[in-house]
Design a protein around this ligand. Structure first.
Ligand code: SF4
Length: 176
């Protein structure tokens, strides 16, 4: 099975659906992401950024794949056009998995405010604890997929109301 680092520590039910159903990319969202990366690349040029490459982590039952936005000599850089509070932990998880893939100890989350052309940087040290949580998460996902059992969802109105699988799941319309 092939999973993606960007799924780590999100709602497990979301990742279950995502495994079977390809993402429908929103053109506006993709365009916004590209502009954020371009701005970050310009502003952080002193880091001597390189574009990240496709990487894989191989576990006994599955592969976790991903590609960091940028890599420097010492760090991984992941650019976001927004960091909603409910996605902060999954973003940290993604960053840590990229650090593991690239053998780096520092991760930098870059938040780009396109309107003001401002960027904020959040430095993160590599965390074995978070990586262990990610592995436990993907182990659980693997088991659910193998047994064809849909996992429990997070049932968090902030997450569910904007979830691409809310209709299929049924939790998107439930008040917490
Ligand atoms: S609607 Fe909520 S519980 Fe259901 S998959 Fe999406 S995030 Fe998970």
């Amino acid at each position: 099975m092939r999973f993606f680092a960007s799924w780590a520590l999100r709602c497990l039910r979301w990742s279950y659906f995502r495994y079977f159903i390809p993402a429908k990319l929103d053109a506006q969202f993709v365009e916004r992401g590209k502009r954020a990366e371009e701005l970050a690349e310009k502003r952080l040029s002193y880091f001597r950024l390189r574009r990240g490459k496709n990487r894989e982590l191989h576990f006994r039952n599955y592969i976790v794949a991903g590609r960091p936005d940028f890599v420097t000599r010492d760090a991984i850089i992941e650019v976001k056009s927004s960091i909603p509070r409910q996605f902060f932990i999954p973003y940290l998880a993604q960053l840590n998995l990229y650090m593991l893939m690239e053998g780096k100890r520092i991760g930098i989350l870059v938040l780009v405010n396109e309107r003001d052309e401002l960027i904020k940087t959040i430095y993160v040290g590599f965390s074995r604890f978070i990586v262990k949580q990610c592995i436990a998460y993907f182990d659980a996902l693997y088991e659910h997929i193998k047994k064809s059992v849909i996992p429990e969802g997070v049932i968090d109105s902030k997450i569910c109301s904007s979830c691409s699988f809310s209709r299929r799941c049924g939790n998107g319309f439930r008040k917490v």
